[in-house]
Design a binder for this molecule. Structure first.
Ligand code: HEM
Length: 169
């Protein structure tokens, strides 16, 4: 593979990975607590965030990080040969990659539908006071999303630590 392609893949990988990681950290520790504290107004904010395609943007960053990471892995391991995977760096990167992929699957299968439901409910509630059933559902969804984003954030902190430290193993 030409050197320029590797440099581009690394650039794509690190930039998209940084955006994906940052998006999860901001959502977990700032965005969700703020939406929870805002009460019914939080639903309207969720709708606006959905209209701006934030979940799709984060998913795109996640997909590009994984694809570019697999490309880098293919190159580093000489087409997925076993020698690199047995090296300390190969093992550490693979561990980080596996953790990031688990985070991405959990985020796509569990977190995304819950966030989408929050956005739809936010749209239903827009412009008026929520009825008791809507208020209860929103609270349940918020607590589910808070727990799920915390889990994804912890997994991603571990994945990034493995990526960043791998070459010093
Ligand atoms: C949040 C997700 C991720 C972030 C922030 C991230 C970040 C990074 C960074 C900063 C490096 C450079 C390490 C160095 O040169 O010392 C790196 C390398 C690497 N990453 Fe990731 N990564 C992520 C996920 C993944 C995934 C999911 C895969 C594979 C499927 C992967 C595969 C690789 C590989 C193979 C390298 C080594 C590249 C080389 O030898 O130059 N990464 N990653």
């Amino acid at each position: 593979m030409p050197q320029s392609v590797i440099i581009l893949l690394r650039l794509l990988h690190i930039m998209c990975g940084a955006i994906w990681f940052g998006a999860v950290i901001v959502m977990t520790f700032y965005f969700m607590p703020a939406i929870g504290a805002a009460g019914p107004a939080g639903g309207a904010v969720m709708k606006q965030v959905g209209d701006r395609k934030y979940p799709q943007f984060v998913m795109a960053m996640m997909g590009l990080t994984i694809l570019s990471g697999l490309g880098l892995m293919w190159y580093a391991s000489s087409a997925f040969g076993p020698v690199w995977f047995r090296s300390p760096m190969g093992r550490t990167i693979s561990l980080g990659a596996a953790i990031a992929i688990v985070a991405s699957i959990y985020g796509s299968v569990f977190l995304r539908p819950t966030v989408m439901r929050m956005q739809a409910l936010g749209a239903e509630m827009a412009g008026g006071a929520p009825n008791p059933a809507q208020a209860t559902e929103m609270k349940t969804l918020q607590s589910k999303v808070t727990t799920a984003t915390r889990l994804v954030a912890i997994l991603m902190i571990l994945a990034v630590a493995a990526m960043a430290g791998a070459r010093y193993m």
